[in-house]
Design a protein. Structure first.
Length: 139
């Protein structure tokens, strides 16, 4: 059986393109499709966001849905930290250090891959750093 890898959505894979108060698409960060294709060959990949289902569905429709076997939003799992055991994932990739910090209380931190936030200074200086961090652990 393939191991499961969960990806956070916002600022991990990209960010929504908003016009007025409408979501009109998704701004993908550099290397997003490539890394999803590579990781997706070896693992089952899912999205886990703490945003609402209605928001997630809009983003998925912009062409992301084909990559993910399952998707989880706040509507299905409301939690203050992403415990990978809750969705039977083996890894979580997220730009927020919060989840990894909480996981360390259960000695699970090595299963959390922290990536720089899309658009952060670190990301602007090295837009493919996040891809290399994922590679190092998963590929
Ligand atoms: Mg995020």
């Amino acid at each position: 059986m393939k191991k499961r890898v969960a990806f956070d959505l916002d600022e991990t894979l990209g960010r929504p393109l908003i016009e007025g108060n409408k979501i009109i698409g998704f701004s993908e960060r550099t290397g997003m499709r490539g890394i999803l294709e590579k990781v997706g060959k070896k693992y089952e990949i899912v999205i886990w966001t703490v945003s609402k289902r209605s928001y997630l569905d809009k983003i998925l429709k912009s062409g992301l849905d084909k990559y993910f076997q399952q998707t989880y939003s706040w509507d299905e799992i409301s939690c203050n930290w992403k415990d990978i055991r809750k969705i039977k994932a083996d890894y979580l990739i997220d730009d927020s250090p919060h989840h990894k910090q909480e996981a360390s209380k259960f000695a699970l931190e090595s299963f959390y891959i922290l990536v720089p936030s899309y658009g952060s200074i670190e990301d602007q200086n090295d837009p493919l750093l996040w891809v290399r961090l994922i590679h190092q652990v998963l590929l």
